[in-house]
Write a protein that binds this ligand. Structure first.
Ligand code: FE2
Length: 614
């Protein structure tokens, strides 16, 4: 049996994962430790954490696995450059230093980062093999089709594969520059959001718009074939040779230049978001149908950045092409670290695999945890004022009552989440019945003015009472409609507000009895919570239900805008001090904002300015 450290690095979202005897012992993104969002450097802190969690020293590792093949990636870079010479010179020259210094010498770099103490083999799996492995091996299926869709790996941008027992096989691939992920990112860029992080905003913007550009996109930009493969007209895009995603010809199709970041969002961006969402859903559905034809499997596993499009996932699930779908919660490149390690364990070493009836991701709660003693020591060092409540039912009673009283609560318990979503261990929570809660949380806590509602957490056994969804969604990767019985009739005043050019006014019109989590199209990005995966968080939700009759709460990530999700008690405490959060709960400790020493405005501003806008 082997201990394997998986790594992903040097693009965005570096991460490390540790698999021992097939069990996922630990996984974490580097950004959580360095506090630099999407940190791409070698995952030094994350690797150290994984080894510590497993109680291993570097020289006790049997394998190190890296999530892509750098030489093939370099090959793509050179070939693309040559194809566009001399236009791509500037972007080529910008990319070169990191390649020459680091990426072309990865074995040396990895050994150096591991203090020169790792002397065994380093395995390089391909980018999409890593995604596919991260999706299938921890899935609840013995046999399943696999779909990986992202921007680009070495050359591949999407693959269809099959997983059976302890093996995966990629059957079909789509090649760069034709890429559903890059097409979506091109629209993300054009609508004024950051590529590789603002895709979520574009998806959240879509329900406000009309999909009026679908025909233009399908006629001019991309030929979407019945098997889900696509061919893009590259004369509209500049990501092969330029520093931007799209060019003037692209802008000409949509009435002028790209939206400038942070400028007002207009109808055009809403319609573009709605249109590219429709195209994405069609492509994903076509790829899934083709995967079904090729494999004959009744279940599907997915990974790659596009698999984070939970609106498309929800539609795919309801299309019933597949009976069940499992999406790797760390579907982006961070999850590649986990996939690479699992690939070595199963495919390379041939170890037997038994699918877990749930899945074997342990709720994606794979990061650091802190004992009460450790929390107390950190709080003492910070000079925090706290109360310790050993009796869990007493603690949950107090927290649920505060939430029901419209207080905003920072909730920190157990192991930090792996992947982009906070799943109840590093979350900010509140009452979804409160119409004011959404604006309050956005403005006073997250320091953003969002047009997106928050995501709900719901008791697993009650999901069908609130949403048109049965089955679980433990990773917040499915979108479903709020039950019609909960919809609210709109007044004339509401209708007028729904046409307001300012989206913040539109999103603040209560659409259901759970206004803070209901989007303008009545959809919600649901997370089901169960005792097995979520423990104390599940019991908190149960207590909230007991007190209020409502089995749903708001769950948003524990961070401010631009900040990675908090990792340590100190990170959480700083967030409490700098924001208007009312209550912070860290394990058994309760801290009230009013009792803490106030930060000066200068200290607050310094903290807020330490994170770049995302
Ligand atoms: Fe990827």
């Amino acid at each position: 049996m082997a201990s394997i450290l998986g790594l992903s690095a040097y693009y965005h979202d570096s991460a490390a994962a540790l698999v021992r005897d097939g069990d996922i012992v630990a996984a974490a993104q580097e950004e959580r430790f360095t506090r630099i969002k999407h940190d791409y450097h070698f995952p030094l802190h994350a690797s150290k954490y994984c080894l510590k969690e497993a109680g291993l020293k570097i020289d006790e590792l049997d394998y190190v696995a890296f999530y892509d093949k750098p030489l093939q990636k370099f090959d793509r870079l050179i070939e693309t450059y040559l194809a566009f010479v001399p236009r791509g010179l500037r972007s080529f020259m910008m990319a070169m230093p990191l390649w020459l210094k680091t990426k072309l010498h990865l074995p040396r770099e990895i050994r150096k980062a591991l203090d020169g103490r790792y002397t065994r083999r380093i395995v390089f799996t391909s980018h999409h093999e890593s995604h596919a492995a991260s999706a299938f091996f921890p899935s609840p299926f013995d046999r399943a089709a696999i779909l990986t869709i992202d921007g680009v790996g070495e050359w591949d941008t999407a693959t269809i594969g099959i997983g059976e027992g302890n093996r995966i096989k990629l059957l079909k691939t789509l090649h760069f520059p034709h890429s559903l992920g890059l097409l979506y990112s091109a629209f993300t860029y054009f609508c004024g959001f950051k590529v590789n992080s603002g895709e979520y905003k574009l998806m959240g913007l879509a329900p406000y718009g009309q999909p009026k550009y679908v025909d233009v996109i399908l006629e001019k930009l991309v030929d979407l074939r019945p098997d889900g493969s696509l061919a893009m007209d590259m004369s509209y895009f500049s990501y092969c040779e330029g520093l931007h995603m799209t060019n003037e010809k692209f802008a000409g199709l949509f009435g002028g230049p790209a939206r400038r970041a942070e400028s007002p969002i207009t109808e055009r961006e809403m319609d573009l978001a709605a249109s590219i969402q429709v195209v994405t859903e069609r492509a994903v559905l076509a790829m899934a149908r083709h995967a079904h034809e090729l494999t004959g499997c009744e279940n599907l596993c997915m990974a790659g950045g596009v698999a984070l499009n939970c609106v498309a996932n929800g539609k795919l699930l309801r299309s019933e092409v597949f009976r069940d779908i499992f999406v790797q919660p760390a579907a982006g490149d961070a999850g590649g670290a986990l996939g690479a390690a699992l690939f070595v364990h199963y495919q390379l070493l041939g170890n037997e695999r038994k699918a877990d009836t749930g899945d074997s991701c342990h709720g994606s709660l794979l990061g650091p945890r802190f004992s009460n003693e450790e929390v107390r020591a950190e709080l003492e060092a910070l000079g925090a004022v706290y109360e310790q409540i050993d009796d869990e039912s007493e603690l949950l009673r107090i927290v649920a009552a505060e939430a029901a009283d419209e207080r905003v609560i920072g909730w920190f318990a157990g192991r930090m989440e792996f992947g982009p979503r906070a799943l109840g261990n590093r979350s900010i929570i509140g009452d979804p019945r409160s119409a004011a809660m959404q604006a309050q949380m956005n403005l006073r806590i997250k320091f953003r003015e969002s047009f997106r509602p928050f995501a709900p957490v719901v008791l697993r056994e009650e999901v069908g009472e609130y949403f048109d969804h049965d089955g679980e969604s433990p990773y917040m990767l499915m979108v479903a409609e709020v039950k019609q019985a909960l919809w609210r009739q709109l007044s004339d005043e509401d209708r007028a507000a729904m046409r307001d050019p300012d989206l913040r006014r539109r999103v603040n019109v209560p659409r259901s009895t759970l206004p803070a989590i209901t989007h303008v199209d009545m959809s919600a990005r649901i997370q089901t919570v169960d005792e097995r995966r979520h423990g104390r968080f599940y019991r908190l939700l149960k207590e909230f239900k007991r007190q209020t009759g409502c089995g749903v709460m708001i769950n948003t990530s524990f961070n401010i805008r631009g900040e990675p999700i908090v990792c340590t008690p100190s990170d959480a405490y700083r967030c409490l001090q700098a924001t208007d959060m009312d209550v912070l709960v860290i394990e058994d400790f309760v801290l009230r904002k009013g009792a803490q020493k106030a930060l000066s405005e200068a200290q607050k501003s310094k903290y807020l300015a330490s994170f770049q806008l995302d």
